[in-house]
Design a protein around this ligand. Structure first.
Ligand code: ATP
Length: 453
C-alpha cells in the first residue's frame, strides 16, 4: 500500500472542504483550524459515536456541558496555575522558541544552532479578563481541559441524579492550550476539542477500573476503524506523570508523523475532588492536597456503609481533533485501478462518513429526473441516517470520484430507466467495491435502513 503522508491528508482536507486554516485570508492564526462543510459532519459523527457509547449505551454515566470561561480559583486549586506548563527554550541565534522536550541532539530545530537557553516553565493557559474593567485585576482562564467543571459540579450531579459509586460524568467540548509550538496540522493545536469521562470509583478499586477503561477504549477505537496493529499502549513513567496522576496509559496511534498520543487514560486518584472540597480534614484524603479555605461544598458521596467518601477517578480523555486525524489517516487509500488509473478513496466506517448517500441525476437539467431525485431524497431523510446529498453536476464519473474521496458509502444514480420503466429502479454503487446493482425505488428505505442502522 502507498504510504500516507500528512501532505496528502492536508491537501484532501482543503480540496474537499474538511478542514481549513483559520483566518486564511489574513495569513492564518497559528495552531487554529476551522472545520469545513464535510469536516463538521465527520467531527460530529465521531463525537456522537463517543456520546452514544458512553451515555446512551450504558446505565452508569451522565452527561454535562459546562462553560469554557473558568473561574480562576478552579484552576488555582486544581494545580494548573502552578504546574500546567511545558519547558520552553529559546534559540539565541535565530530567536526561535521551542518545547525543550521536543528538541533532539541539543540542536535548534530551526537553524541547527546549539546555543539554546536553559529550559524554563511556560504556562499553557490562556488568561482572559472578565467584566468591564480591563486592567488585568479581574481575570479567568479559558479551560485547559474539560474535566475541572466535572469535579466542581460533582455534588450537584450526585444530588440531582442520586448516583452511587461507581458512576461517571461525560463531557465533550473545547479546550485551549497556548502550545509553544503547534504543529502537525490538527494534531497539536491551541484550540481543540476533548471528549472526557470522569469515572468515579471506590478508593482501592481504582486500579481495576483503570485496566477496564484501557481495554474498553481500545475496543471503541477499533470500532471507529483503527486497526489494532496501528495502536500502541504507552505506560507513562512515574517521573513524567501529570501533577494529578498516579498512573497513566496513552493510547498512541500511528499518525503520518509518527506513533503519538491519541487518548490519555489517567488514574487521577482523589486529587481533584480532594483539592476542591470543603472540610478536607474530615475527608480522610489519601493524596497530598493543598488547604482550601474557599470551597463551599463537600465533594463526597455516601458509600454502602453510609459513610462519606471522596471517590477516586479514572479519566479516559480523547482529543476529538486527533481522533478525526486518526480515522482519516486510517481510511485514506490510493488505489491502483489498472491501465494507469488510480483513485483516492476514504474508507471511513459508514457511521462516520460525512455524507451517507449521494443521489446523482444522470442529467442535471432534466426536470423529470430532478423531481425524482428530490422525491427520493425526501423519503430517505425520514430514515434519520444522516446527511443525504443531492448532486447537481450531471457528470456521474466526476461525482463518483468526489464521493470516493470524501468517503460516501453509497451513491444512488437516477437515470431514464428510473422514470420510464415500472417498477421504478435506481443504480446503487458501493464505495469500496465499486460494484453497482439496481434496486427498486420502493425498496430503498428498507435497503438503506438495513445497511446503515
Ligand atoms: P501531549 O503530551 O501530546 O501534549 P497531553 O498528555 O498534554 O498531550 P492530555 O492532557 O492527556 O494531553 O489531554 C488529553 C487529550 O487531549 C490528548 O490525548 C490529546 O488527544 C488531546 N490534546 C491535548 N493537547 C492537545 C493539543 N494541543 N491539540 C490537540 N489535541 C490535544
Amino acid at each position: 500500500m502507498v504510504a500516507k503522508t500528512m501532505d496528502q491528508l492536508v491537501a484532501l482536507c482543503k480540496r474537499r472542504g474538511f478542514i481549513f486554516q483559520n483566518a486564511d485570508i489574513y495569513g492564518g492564526l497559528q495552531g487554529v483550524y476551522d472545520y469545513g462543510p464535510l469536516g463538521v459532519e465527520l467531527k460530529n459523527n465521531l463525537k456522537n459515536a463517543w456520546w452514544r457509547s458512553m451515555v446512551y449505551e450504558r446505565d452508569d454515566i451522565e452527561g454535562l456541558d459546562a462553560a469554557i470561561l473558568t473561574n480562576r480559583k478552579v484552576l488555582q486549586y486544581s494545580g494548573h496555575e502552578d504546574t500546567f506548563s511545558d519547558p520552553m527554550t529559546d534559540c539565541k541565534k535565530c530567536k526561535g522558541r521551542f518545547r525543550a522536550d521536543h528538541i533532539k541532539d541539543g540542536k535548534c530545530p530551526n537553524c541547527g544552532s546549539t546555543e539554546l537557553t536553559e529550559p524554563r516553565p511556560f504556562n499553557l493557559m490562556f488568561k482572559t479578563s472578565i467584566g468591564p474593567v480591563d486592567d488585568g485585576s479581574v481575570f479567568g482562564y479559558l479551560r485547559p481541559e474539560t474535566a475541572q467543571a466535572i469535579f466542581t459540579q460533582f455534588r450537584n450531579v450526585v444530588d440531582s441524579t442520586s448516583r452511587k459509586l461507581p458512576f461517571g460524568i461525560a463531557q465533550i467540548g473545547k479546550s485551549f492550550r497556548n502550545e509553544i509550538t503547534p504543529r502537525n496540522f490538527i494534531f497539536r493545536v491551541r484550540e481543540f476539542e476533548q471528549a472526557e469521562l470522569e469515572y468515579f470509583v471506590m478508593p482501592g478499586e481504582d486500579e481495576k477500573w483503570h485496566e477496564y477503561w484501557k481495554e474498553a477504549r481500545i475496543k471503541w477505537w477499533e470500532e471507529q476503524g483503527l486497526k489494532r496493529e496501528n495502536m500502541n499502549i504507552y505506560t507513562t513513567p512515574k517521573d513524567d506523570l501529570a501533577h494529578y496522576a498516579k498512573a497513566c496509559y496513552d493510547i498512541e496511534y500511528q499518525f503520518p508523523h509518527g506513533m503519538e498520543e491519541l487518548e490519555g487514560i489517567a488514574n487521577r486518584t482523589d486529587y481533584d475532588l480532594g483539592n476542591h472540597t470543603k472540610a478536607q480534614e474530615e475527608m480522610n484524603l489519601t493524596s497530598h492536597c493543598h488547604p482550601n479555605p474557599d470551597s463551599t461544598q463537600k465533594l463526597c458521596i455516601m458509600d454502602d456503609n453510609n459513610k462519606w467518601v471522596v471517590p477516586f477517578v479514572i479519566e479516559p480523555s480523547m482529543g476529538v481533533d486527533r481522533g478525526v486525524l486518526a480515522v482519516m489517516t486510517e481510511a485514506y487509500e490510493e488505489e491502483d485501478l489498472g491501465e494507469g488509473n488510480t483513485r483516492v478513496v476514504l474508507k471511513l466506517k459508514k457511521h462516520l462518513a460525512p455524507i451517507k448517500v449521494a443521489i446523482i441525476p444522470l442529467k442535471k437539467n432534466n426536470e423529470a429526473i430532478m423531481n425524482k431525485c428530490h422525491e427520493i431524497k425526501q423519503n430517505l431523510l425520514k430514515l434519520g441516517i444522516g446527511r443525504v446529498a443531492l448532486e447537481n453536476t450531471g457528470n456521474i464519473g466526476k461525482a463518483y470520484r468526489r464521493h470516493d474521496e470524501i468517503g460516501t458509502p453509497l451513491c444512488i444514480t437516477v437515470d431514464f430507466e428510473t422514470i420510464e420503466n415500472q417498477p421504478e429502479s435506481v443504480t446503487i454503487r458501493d464505495r469500496d467495491t465499486m460494484e453497482q446493482h439496481r434496486v427498486n425505488v420502493a425498496d430503498l428505505p428498507a435497503y438503506l435502513r438495513e445497511y446503515f442502522l
